[in-house]
Write a protein that binds this ligand. Structure first.
Ligand code: URA
Ligand code: CA
Length: 434
Protein backbone atom coordinates (compact mmCIF):
# COMPACT_ATOMS: atom_id res chain seq x y z
CA UNK A 1 0.00 0.00 0.00
CA UNK A 2 1.24 3.49 -0.81
CA UNK A 3 0.29 6.59 1.14
CA UNK A 4 0.22 8.71 -2.01
CA UNK A 5 -2.55 6.54 -3.49
CA UNK A 6 -4.59 6.86 -0.31
CA UNK A 7 -4.24 10.66 -0.32
CA UNK A 8 -5.32 10.74 -3.97
CA UNK A 9 -8.31 8.51 -3.29
CA UNK A 10 -9.55 10.77 -0.48
CA UNK A 11 -8.74 13.92 -2.47
CA UNK A 12 -11.10 12.63 -5.17
CA UNK A 13 -13.82 12.01 -2.63
CA UNK A 14 -13.79 8.22 -2.39
CA UNK A 15 -14.32 6.04 0.66
CA UNK A 16 -11.17 4.54 2.20
CA UNK A 17 -11.20 0.87 3.19
CA UNK A 18 -10.61 -0.45 6.70
CA UNK A 19 -7.19 -1.77 5.60
CA UNK A 20 -6.18 1.61 4.20
CA UNK A 21 -7.23 3.48 7.35
CA UNK A 22 -5.43 1.01 9.65
CA UNK A 23 -2.32 1.20 7.46
CA UNK A 24 -2.26 5.01 7.70
CA UNK A 25 -2.77 5.13 11.47
CA UNK A 26 -0.27 2.37 12.22
CA UNK A 27 2.52 3.62 9.98
CA UNK A 28 2.00 7.25 10.92
CA UNK A 29 2.27 6.36 14.63
CA UNK A 30 5.48 4.41 13.96
CA UNK A 31 6.92 7.38 12.08
CA UNK A 32 6.97 5.58 8.75
CA UNK A 33 4.56 8.00 7.15
CA UNK A 34 5.98 11.54 7.21
CA UNK A 35 4.07 14.54 8.55
CA UNK A 36 3.76 16.12 5.10
CA UNK A 37 1.82 13.17 3.74
CA UNK A 38 -0.35 12.96 6.83
CA UNK A 39 -1.04 16.71 6.56
CA UNK A 40 -2.17 16.25 2.98
CA UNK A 41 -4.52 13.45 4.00
CA UNK A 42 -5.92 15.47 6.92
CA UNK A 43 -6.63 18.34 4.53
CA UNK A 44 -8.29 15.97 2.03
CA UNK A 45 -10.49 14.65 4.88
CA UNK A 46 -11.26 18.24 5.88
CA UNK A 47 -12.66 18.95 2.41
CA UNK A 48 -14.09 15.57 1.39
CA UNK A 49 -15.32 14.30 4.78
CA UNK A 50 -15.58 10.65 5.81
CA UNK A 51 -18.48 8.21 5.84
CA UNK A 52 -19.67 6.78 9.15
CA UNK A 53 -17.90 3.50 8.35
CA UNK A 54 -14.62 5.32 7.73
CA UNK A 55 -15.05 7.30 10.97
CA UNK A 56 -15.56 4.09 12.97
CA UNK A 57 -12.42 2.53 11.44
CA UNK A 58 -10.38 5.67 12.10
CA UNK A 59 -11.56 5.74 15.73
CA UNK A 60 -10.80 2.07 16.35
CA UNK A 61 -7.43 2.26 14.59
CA UNK A 62 -6.49 5.10 16.96
CA UNK A 63 -7.80 3.13 19.97
CA UNK A 64 -5.60 0.19 18.93
CA UNK A 65 -2.54 2.42 18.38
CA UNK A 66 -1.73 2.29 22.12
CA UNK A 67 -2.74 0.88 25.52
CA UNK A 68 -6.36 0.09 26.23
CA UNK A 69 -7.58 0.17 29.80
CA UNK A 70 -9.17 -3.07 30.90
CA UNK A 71 -12.04 -2.43 33.31
CA UNK A 72 -13.45 -5.95 33.13
CA UNK A 73 -12.66 -6.59 36.83
CA UNK A 74 -15.15 -3.87 37.69
CA UNK A 75 -18.75 -4.98 38.02
CA UNK A 76 -21.46 -3.31 35.98
CA UNK A 77 -21.66 -1.17 32.89
CA UNK A 78 -19.02 1.55 33.02
CA UNK A 79 -20.41 4.80 31.67
CA UNK A 80 -18.04 7.67 31.03
CA UNK A 81 -18.94 11.32 30.50
CA UNK A 82 -17.06 13.70 28.27
CA UNK A 83 -17.48 17.41 27.80
CA UNK A 84 -16.18 19.20 24.72
CA UNK A 85 -15.05 21.89 27.13
CA UNK A 86 -16.10 25.27 28.34
CA UNK A 87 -15.58 27.86 31.02
CA UNK A 88 -16.25 26.95 34.65
CA UNK A 89 -17.46 23.45 33.81
CA UNK A 90 -17.66 21.79 37.21
CA UNK A 91 -19.91 18.92 36.08
CA UNK A 92 -17.48 15.98 36.36
CA UNK A 93 -16.70 16.73 39.98
CA UNK A 94 -20.43 16.64 40.78
CA UNK A 95 -21.55 13.86 38.46
CA UNK A 96 -18.96 11.33 39.59
CA UNK A 97 -20.17 11.06 43.23
CA UNK A 98 -23.78 11.79 42.24
CA UNK A 99 -24.22 8.83 39.88
CA UNK A 100 -22.00 6.60 42.05
CA UNK A 101 -24.41 7.29 44.92
CA UNK A 102 -27.18 5.50 43.02
CA UNK A 103 -24.98 2.55 42.04
CA UNK A 104 -23.41 3.49 38.69
CA UNK A 105 -19.75 2.39 38.65
CA UNK A 106 -17.55 5.44 38.04
CA UNK A 107 -14.05 4.40 36.93
CA UNK A 108 -12.80 7.77 35.87
CA UNK A 109 -9.51 8.54 34.25
CA UNK A 110 -8.93 12.27 34.13
CA UNK A 111 -6.34 14.63 32.82
CA UNK A 112 -4.82 17.86 33.98
CA UNK A 113 -6.34 20.88 32.40
CA UNK A 114 -4.85 23.15 29.81
CA UNK A 115 -6.57 26.51 29.58
CA UNK A 116 -9.05 28.43 31.75
CA UNK A 117 -8.97 26.25 34.87
CA UNK A 118 -7.39 22.97 35.74
CA UNK A 119 -8.83 19.57 34.90
CA UNK A 120 -10.68 17.38 37.38
CA UNK A 121 -7.38 16.03 38.67
CA UNK A 122 -6.10 19.52 39.52
CA UNK A 123 -9.37 20.39 41.23
CA UNK A 124 -9.23 17.25 43.38
CA UNK A 125 -5.67 18.07 44.36
CA UNK A 126 -6.93 21.20 46.08
CA UNK A 127 -8.18 18.76 48.75
CA UNK A 128 -5.40 18.16 51.27
CA UNK A 129 -3.87 14.68 50.95
CA UNK A 130 -5.87 13.57 47.92
CA UNK A 131 -3.90 11.07 45.81
CA UNK A 132 -4.54 10.78 42.10
CA UNK A 133 -1.85 8.22 41.43
CA UNK A 134 -3.23 4.86 42.44
CA UNK A 135 -2.35 1.49 40.90
CA UNK A 136 -4.89 -0.31 38.77
CA UNK A 137 -5.58 -2.99 41.39
CA UNK A 138 -6.47 -0.38 44.03
CA UNK A 139 -8.45 1.55 41.45
CA UNK A 140 -10.56 -1.49 40.51
CA UNK A 141 -11.08 -2.42 44.16
CA UNK A 142 -12.21 1.09 45.09
CA UNK A 143 -14.72 1.22 42.25
CA UNK A 144 -16.12 -2.16 43.26
CA UNK A 145 -16.35 -1.14 46.94
CA UNK A 146 -17.47 2.49 46.68
CA UNK A 147 -18.60 2.72 43.03
CA UNK A 148 -16.12 5.52 42.48
CA UNK A 149 -12.43 6.22 41.94
CA UNK A 150 -10.60 8.83 39.89
CA UNK A 151 -7.09 8.30 38.60
CA UNK A 152 -4.66 10.51 36.71
CA UNK A 153 -4.07 9.63 33.09
CA UNK A 154 -1.17 7.26 32.67
CA UNK A 155 0.21 4.92 30.09
CA UNK A 156 0.29 5.31 26.39
CA UNK A 157 -3.31 5.99 25.40
CA UNK A 158 -4.11 6.73 21.73
CA UNK A 159 -0.63 7.85 20.63
CA UNK A 160 -1.96 8.14 17.08
CA UNK A 161 -4.42 10.79 18.21
CA UNK A 162 -1.77 12.65 20.17
CA UNK A 163 0.48 12.85 17.12
CA UNK A 164 -2.30 13.65 14.65
CA UNK A 165 -3.81 16.30 16.93
CA UNK A 166 -0.44 18.04 17.15
CA UNK A 167 -0.19 18.02 13.37
CA UNK A 168 -3.76 19.26 12.86
CA UNK A 169 -3.09 22.11 15.23
CA UNK A 170 -0.45 23.56 12.89
CA UNK A 171 -2.05 22.66 9.55
CA UNK A 172 -5.49 24.30 9.99
CA UNK A 173 -7.25 20.93 10.13
CA UNK A 174 -8.49 20.88 13.73
CA UNK A 175 -11.96 22.01 12.77
CA UNK A 176 -13.07 18.90 10.91
CA UNK A 177 -16.03 16.92 12.23
CA UNK A 178 -14.75 13.42 11.30
CA UNK A 179 -11.35 14.24 12.84
CA UNK A 180 -12.70 15.79 16.05
CA UNK A 181 -15.30 13.05 16.53
CA UNK A 182 -12.81 10.20 16.08
CA UNK A 183 -10.26 11.96 18.28
CA UNK A 184 -12.67 12.32 21.21
CA UNK A 185 -14.29 8.90 20.84
CA UNK A 186 -10.94 7.08 20.54
CA UNK A 187 -9.82 8.46 23.92
CA UNK A 188 -13.07 7.46 25.66
CA UNK A 189 -13.02 3.95 24.20
CA UNK A 190 -9.33 3.41 24.99
CA UNK A 191 -9.95 4.38 28.60
CA UNK A 192 -12.40 1.52 28.93
CA UNK A 193 -15.89 3.00 28.62
CA UNK A 194 -18.73 0.59 27.82
CA UNK A 195 -21.10 3.50 27.23
CA UNK A 196 -20.59 7.23 26.83
CA UNK A 197 -22.55 10.39 27.61
CA UNK A 198 -21.29 13.42 25.71
CA UNK A 199 -21.86 17.01 26.68
CA UNK A 200 -21.40 18.94 23.47
CA UNK A 201 -21.18 22.64 24.23
CA UNK A 202 -22.31 25.39 21.92
CA UNK A 203 -22.00 29.18 22.12
CA UNK A 204 -19.26 31.76 22.41
CA UNK A 205 -17.32 29.89 25.12
CA UNK A 206 -17.37 26.57 23.23
CA UNK A 207 -15.28 24.91 20.60
CA UNK A 208 -18.35 24.65 18.34
CA UNK A 209 -19.70 28.19 18.32
CA UNK A 210 -22.88 27.52 16.40
CA UNK A 211 -25.71 25.14 17.14
CA UNK A 212 -25.78 23.42 13.74
CA UNK A 213 -22.08 22.54 13.99
CA UNK A 214 -22.52 21.28 17.54
CA UNK A 215 -25.39 19.06 16.38
CA UNK A 216 -23.33 17.67 13.51
CA UNK A 217 -20.45 16.85 15.87
CA UNK A 218 -22.84 15.25 18.38
CA UNK A 219 -24.48 13.16 15.66
CA UNK A 220 -21.04 12.07 14.36
CA UNK A 221 -19.92 10.88 17.80
CA UNK A 222 -23.19 9.08 18.53
CA UNK A 223 -22.85 7.24 15.20
CA UNK A 224 -19.24 6.25 15.98
CA UNK A 225 -20.45 4.93 19.34
CA UNK A 226 -23.13 2.89 17.63
CA UNK A 227 -20.67 1.53 15.07
CA UNK A 228 -18.18 0.48 17.74
CA UNK A 229 -20.66 -1.15 20.11
CA UNK A 230 -20.68 1.62 22.74
CA UNK A 231 -24.08 3.05 23.54
CA UNK A 232 -23.65 6.81 23.24
CA UNK A 233 -25.94 9.75 24.00
CA UNK A 234 -25.07 13.39 23.31
CA UNK A 235 -26.57 16.36 25.15
CA UNK A 236 -26.13 19.71 23.43
CA UNK A 237 -25.81 22.40 26.08
CA UNK A 238 -25.30 26.12 26.23
CA UNK A 239 -21.86 27.67 26.70
CA UNK A 240 -22.72 31.22 25.68
CA UNK A 241 -21.94 32.20 29.29
CA UNK A 242 -19.88 30.35 31.93
CA UNK A 243 -21.62 27.43 33.67
CA UNK A 244 -22.46 27.97 37.33
CA UNK A 245 -20.85 30.74 39.35
CA UNK A 246 -17.30 29.57 40.10
CA UNK A 247 -14.27 29.50 37.80
CA UNK A 248 -11.11 28.33 39.54
CA UNK A 249 -10.00 25.09 41.12
CA UNK A 250 -10.75 25.25 44.87
CA UNK A 251 -13.69 27.56 44.10
CA UNK A 252 -15.15 24.87 41.84
CA UNK A 253 -14.66 22.19 44.51
CA UNK A 254 -16.70 24.39 46.85
CA UNK A 255 -19.31 24.82 44.11
CA UNK A 256 -19.43 21.04 43.60
CA UNK A 257 -20.04 20.54 47.34
CA UNK A 258 -22.85 23.12 47.26
CA UNK A 259 -24.44 21.42 44.25
CA UNK A 260 -24.22 17.97 45.84
CA UNK A 261 -26.11 19.46 48.80
CA UNK A 262 -28.79 20.81 46.45
CA UNK A 263 -27.61 24.37 47.01
CA UNK A 264 -25.70 24.94 43.80
CA UNK A 265 -26.34 27.31 40.87
CA UNK A 266 -29.55 26.45 38.99
CA UNK A 267 -27.91 25.91 35.59
CA UNK A 268 -25.18 23.65 36.93
CA UNK A 269 -27.68 21.66 39.02
CA UNK A 270 -29.98 21.17 36.03
CA UNK A 271 -27.20 20.17 33.63
CA UNK A 272 -25.88 17.62 36.14
CA UNK A 273 -29.34 16.08 36.47
CA UNK A 274 -29.74 15.95 32.69
CA UNK A 275 -26.35 14.36 32.03
CA UNK A 276 -26.56 12.18 35.14
CA UNK A 277 -29.96 10.72 34.29
CA UNK A 278 -28.63 9.67 30.87
CA UNK A 279 -25.67 7.99 32.61
CA UNK A 280 -27.89 6.15 35.08
CA UNK A 281 -30.07 4.96 32.22
CA UNK A 282 -27.14 3.80 30.03
CA UNK A 283 -25.63 1.89 32.96
CA UNK A 284 -28.85 -0.07 33.33
CA UNK A 285 -29.29 1.05 36.95
CA UNK A 286 -32.53 2.82 35.96
CA UNK A 287 -34.95 1.52 33.35
CA UNK A 288 -35.79 4.96 32.04
CA UNK A 289 -34.25 8.41 31.98
CA UNK A 290 -37.08 9.77 34.15
CA UNK A 291 -36.45 7.08 36.76
CA UNK A 292 -32.75 7.94 36.66
CA UNK A 293 -33.52 11.57 37.32
CA UNK A 294 -35.74 10.75 40.30
CA UNK A 295 -32.99 8.56 41.78
CA UNK A 296 -30.47 11.40 41.46
CA UNK A 297 -32.81 13.98 42.98
CA UNK A 298 -33.30 11.63 45.94
CA UNK A 299 -29.55 11.11 46.31
CA UNK A 300 -29.19 14.87 46.68
CA UNK A 301 -32.07 15.41 49.12
CA UNK A 302 -31.20 12.41 51.34
CA UNK A 303 -27.52 13.43 51.54
CA UNK A 304 -26.38 10.18 49.89
CA UNK A 305 -24.56 12.06 47.12
CA UNK A 306 -22.60 14.13 49.63
CA UNK A 307 -21.79 11.00 51.69
CA UNK A 308 -20.45 9.30 48.56
CA UNK A 309 -18.24 12.32 47.88
CA UNK A 310 -16.81 12.06 51.41
CA UNK A 311 -16.20 8.30 51.10
CA UNK A 312 -14.48 8.86 47.77
CA UNK A 313 -12.19 11.58 49.15
CA UNK A 314 -11.19 9.51 52.21
CA UNK A 315 -10.60 6.38 50.14
CA UNK A 316 -8.01 8.28 48.08
CA UNK A 317 -6.26 9.74 51.12
CA UNK A 318 -7.93 13.15 51.14
CA UNK A 319 -9.26 15.13 54.07
CA UNK A 320 -13.04 14.61 53.76
CA UNK A 321 -13.75 17.20 56.45
CA UNK A 322 -13.46 19.86 53.70
CA UNK A 323 -16.96 18.86 52.65
CA UNK A 324 -18.43 20.14 55.92
CA UNK A 325 -15.80 22.80 56.28
CA UNK A 326 -14.87 24.24 52.85
CA UNK A 327 -12.76 26.96 54.49
CA UNK A 328 -10.08 24.22 54.68
CA UNK A 329 -9.66 24.52 50.90
CA UNK A 330 -6.84 26.77 49.63
CA UNK A 331 -7.91 30.40 49.95
CA UNK A 332 -6.67 33.47 48.14
CA UNK A 333 -5.02 36.38 49.97
CA UNK A 334 -7.17 39.08 48.39
CA UNK A 335 -10.73 39.49 47.16
CA UNK A 336 -12.03 42.31 44.98
CA UNK A 337 -15.55 43.15 43.88
CA UNK A 338 -16.23 44.26 40.33
CA UNK A 339 -19.19 46.58 40.44
CA UNK A 340 -21.86 47.37 37.86
CA UNK A 341 -21.43 50.85 36.38
CA UNK A 342 -25.12 51.26 35.56
CA UNK A 343 -28.61 49.91 36.28
CA UNK A 344 -30.08 47.33 33.90
CA UNK A 345 -30.06 43.66 32.98
CA UNK A 346 -27.12 41.42 32.11
CA UNK A 347 -27.52 40.55 28.43
CA UNK A 348 -24.24 38.77 27.80
CA UNK A 349 -21.17 37.44 29.62
CA UNK A 350 -18.48 36.64 27.08
CA UNK A 351 -17.35 33.27 28.32
CA UNK A 352 -13.91 33.16 26.67
CA UNK A 353 -12.97 36.53 28.16
CA UNK A 354 -13.99 35.36 31.63
CA UNK A 355 -11.94 32.20 31.10
CA UNK A 356 -8.88 34.21 30.11
CA UNK A 357 -9.34 36.47 33.15
CA UNK A 358 -9.32 33.40 35.44
CA UNK A 359 -6.24 32.11 33.65
CA UNK A 360 -4.37 35.40 34.12
CA UNK A 361 -5.05 35.18 37.86
CA UNK A 362 -3.25 31.82 37.77
CA UNK A 363 -6.21 29.38 37.75
CA UNK A 364 -5.27 27.89 34.38
CA UNK A 365 -2.19 26.68 32.54
CA UNK A 366 -0.79 28.35 29.47
CA UNK A 367 1.64 25.50 28.79
CA UNK A 368 1.68 21.90 30.00
CA UNK A 369 4.57 22.74 32.34
CA UNK A 370 3.11 25.79 34.07
CA UNK A 371 1.94 25.47 37.64
CA UNK A 372 -1.49 26.62 38.69
CA UNK A 373 -2.65 28.47 41.76
CA UNK A 374 -5.48 26.35 43.18
CA UNK A 375 -6.89 29.15 45.36
CA UNK A 376 -7.55 31.85 42.78
CA UNK A 377 -10.39 32.49 40.38
CA UNK A 378 -13.72 34.21 39.93
CA UNK A 379 -17.22 33.91 41.31
CA UNK A 380 -19.97 35.38 39.15
CA UNK A 381 -22.60 37.11 41.26
CA UNK A 382 -24.79 37.95 38.25
CA UNK A 383 -25.68 35.83 35.24
CA UNK A 384 -27.46 36.53 31.95
CA UNK A 385 -31.02 37.74 32.57
CA UNK A 386 -30.29 39.04 36.09
CA UNK A 387 -31.26 42.55 37.11
CA UNK A 388 -28.41 44.73 38.39
CA UNK A 389 -28.17 48.04 40.17
CA UNK A 390 -25.29 50.45 39.78
CA UNK A 391 -22.65 49.62 42.39
CA UNK A 392 -23.77 45.99 42.92
CA UNK A 393 -21.09 43.34 42.58
CA UNK A 394 -21.02 41.51 39.25
CA UNK A 395 -18.00 39.35 40.02
CA UNK A 396 -15.82 38.57 43.03
CA UNK A 397 -12.15 38.18 42.14
CA UNK A 398 -10.01 35.84 44.29
CA UNK A 399 -6.36 36.69 43.80
CA UNK A 400 -2.94 36.20 45.35
CA UNK A 401 -1.72 39.45 43.81
CA UNK A 402 -2.57 42.88 45.04
CA UNK A 403 -2.88 44.34 41.57
CA UNK A 404 -5.50 42.94 39.23
CA UNK A 405 -6.08 45.86 36.83
CA UNK A 406 -5.88 43.84 33.61
CA UNK A 407 -8.28 41.25 35.00
CA UNK A 408 -10.77 43.88 36.09
CA UNK A 409 -10.68 45.50 32.68
CA UNK A 410 -11.28 42.17 30.93
CA UNK A 411 -14.24 41.32 33.13
CA UNK A 412 -15.73 44.78 32.64
CA UNK A 413 -15.53 44.26 28.89
CA UNK A 414 -17.12 40.82 29.04
CA UNK A 415 -20.27 41.95 30.92
CA UNK A 416 -22.88 43.58 28.74
CA UNK A 417 -25.66 45.44 30.52
CA UNK A 418 -28.80 46.69 28.74
CA UNK A 419 -31.82 48.72 29.83
CA UNK A 420 -34.58 46.22 29.04
CA UNK A 421 -35.17 42.74 30.43
CA UNK A 422 -33.59 39.95 28.36
CA UNK A 423 -34.36 36.25 28.23
CA UNK A 424 -31.54 33.85 28.97
CA UNK A 425 -30.78 31.13 26.41
CA UNK A 426 -32.03 27.57 26.90
CA UNK A 427 -29.58 25.40 28.87
CA UNK A 428 -30.16 22.22 26.85
CA UNK A 429 -30.82 22.54 23.13
CA UNK A 430 -31.15 18.93 22.13
CA UNK A 431 -30.37 15.36 23.11
CA UNK A 432 -29.18 12.96 20.44
CA UNK A 433 -29.67 9.22 20.82
CA UNK A 434 -28.08 6.46 18.77
N1 URA B 1 -10.75 17.74 21.42
C1 URA B 1 -10.16 16.57 21.11
O1 URA B 1 -9.92 15.75 21.98
N2 URA B 1 -9.89 16.32 19.82
C2 URA B 1 -10.14 17.18 18.84
O2 URA B 1 -9.87 16.88 17.70
C3 URA B 1 -10.73 18.40 19.19
C4 URA B 1 -11.03 18.66 20.49
CA1 CA C 1 -18.57 26.57 37.55
Amino acid sequence: MRMVDIIEKKRDGHELSKEEIYFVVKDYTKGEIPDYQMSALAMAIYFKDMTTTERVHLTMAMVESGDQIDLSDINGIKVDKHSTGGVGDTTTLILAPLVAAVGVPVAKMSGRGLGHTGGTIDKLESIDGFKVEIDSETFNRLVNENKIAVVGQSGNLTPADKKLYGLRDVTATVNSIPLIASSIMSKKIASGADAIVLDVKTGSGAFMKDLEEAKALAEAMVQIGKGSGRNTIAVISDMSQPLGFAIGNALEVKEAIDTLKGEGPADLHELCLTLGSQMVYLSGVASSIEEGRTMLEEAITTGKALETFKTFISAQGGDASVVDNPTKLPTAAYTFEIEAKEDGYVSEIVADEIGIAASILGAGRTTKESTIDLAVGLVLNKKVGDKVHKGESLVTVYSNHESVASVVERIDRSYHIVKNKVESKPLVYDIIYG
